[in-house]
Design a protein around this ligand. Structure first.
Ligand code: SAM
Length: 352
């Protein structure tokens, strides 16, 4: 075997059952080493889709990240929906060679709750609770069925309301909302991510829900709809074929009971997004790292933002590689990592 990390070199591939040796041979026999590989314990400025190609094959125990969600944040404004999909697809594909056999790719993402859809029929809401007179179109039609010759004036007298109210109810022109604007709907993202991961060679291994703070202030549709407020995200876990090291001692009994074995994780969002628009709480990468890697192994975050995953990795005695496109966020990561861990990380700037 060539160019493999120490641990994989020591792995007794020849002791595996013959059929496994056959099916895993292409994965355990890695291709050539990369030129000018990204340094470990450093934050690298540049495009994830490009820089991932400069990570040593089979070197990453777990990669955990939260990408742009395509919800209009400043750092994703330049992306069309197609461009966003291409970014995620290529980032996932470029993970396959660099994750250790038996290692994991963990993606924290959410559905897009306000996704503009030009082709969607207008949803119009008949806000019944707002009507001063509780008169429906059906009420009028029932009377008209019995008295087909009644005109608007007579109907208004019968219902003790104005002719205008009769007209609004009959012609539906009291219906509010979305008459002119492009409609928006929910865009479910899980299926896309699953397809991109499968195409890359990964397999879905697990999925969890992170229950965060309810974002009431962002709930633009709350007044005229039955939609729920934004209050959870997904954590999708993908496995690269290979032997998983299963170690029950990675967590205490309490941790296994409280979150290690649980499908729903509940902890608050970052309350002060004052230095970065969309940080995840350090609890999220900390749990992933403790569950799916060992001390000294390398953790990757290729959408590093404010440095959260690096902070979690350092606190848990792991090594890390960070990638981030925005030079200002690279500098912010450096400041945050130094402040939170006392360690001053290397940063590199790369041409995009
Ligand atoms: C949701 S945020 C990640 C926040 C991070 N988890 C934290 O806690 O601070 C996504 C990040 O991806 C960065 N980004 C966007 N496009 C990128 C690309 N092509 N390559 C690398 N980073 C990118 C953005 O600048 C942003 O900081």
């Amino acid at each position: 075997m060539r160019n493999l990390t120490e641990e994989i070199k020591n792995f007794r591939f020849d002791r595996l059952p013959k059929d496994l040796q056959k099916s895993l041979s292409t994965i355990y026999n890695s291709e050539k080493s990369v030129e000018n590989p990204l340094k470990v314990n450093a934050i690298h400025q540049g495009d994830a889709a490009k820089l991932l190609k400069r990570i040593e094959p089979n070197s990453i125990a777990v990669s955990v990240w939260s990408p742009p969600y395509f919800v209009g944040k400043n750092y994703e404004k330049h992306l069309t929906f197609e461009g966003w999909k291409n970014l995620l697809k290529s980032v996932i594909a470029n993970h396959f060679p660099i994750i250790k056999p038996g290692g994991f790719l963990v993606i924290n993402i959410a559905d897009i709750l306000v996704f503009k859809d030009e082709n969607m029929p207008k949803i119009q809401a008949d806000a019944v609770h707002r009507k001063k007179i509780s008169l429906s179109k059906e009420d009028i039609l029932n009377i008209l069925a019995e008295n087909p010759t009644m005109n608007r004036n007579e109907l208004a007298k019968h219902f003790k309301c104005s002719e205008q109210t009769i007209d609004r109810r009959l012609n539906g022109n009291n219906v509010r909302g979305g008459k002119h604007e492009t409609q928006s709907r929910v865009k479910i993202i899980g299926g896309l991510v699953e397809d991109w991961a499968l195409e890359a060679g990964f397999y879905p291994y697990d999925r969890r829900i992170w229950v965060k703070d309810a974002a009431w202030e962002n709930s633009r549709w709350a007044s005229l709809s039955y939609r729920a407020v934004d209050e959870f995200e997904y954590i999708y876990i993908f496995w690269k074929p290979g032997i998983i090291k299963y170690d029950r001692n990675r967590l205490s009994n309490d941790d296994w009971k409280n979150w290690g074995s649980r499908g729903v994780w509940q902890f608050p969002s970052v309350r002060a997004n004052d230095d970065h628009e969309a940080k995840f709480p350090v609890e999220l990468p900390t749990r992933v790292i403790k569950l799916l890697s060992d001390e000294k192994e390398i953790v990757l975050d290729c959408f590093m933002g404010s440095g959260t995953t690096a902070i979690a990795a350092i606190r848990e005695n792991r090594n890390y590689i960070g990638i981030e496109l925005d030079p200002e966020y690279v500098k912010l990561s450096k400041i945050n990592i130094l402040k939170e861990t006392g360690i001053n990380p290397i940063i590199t700037f790369n041409a995009n």
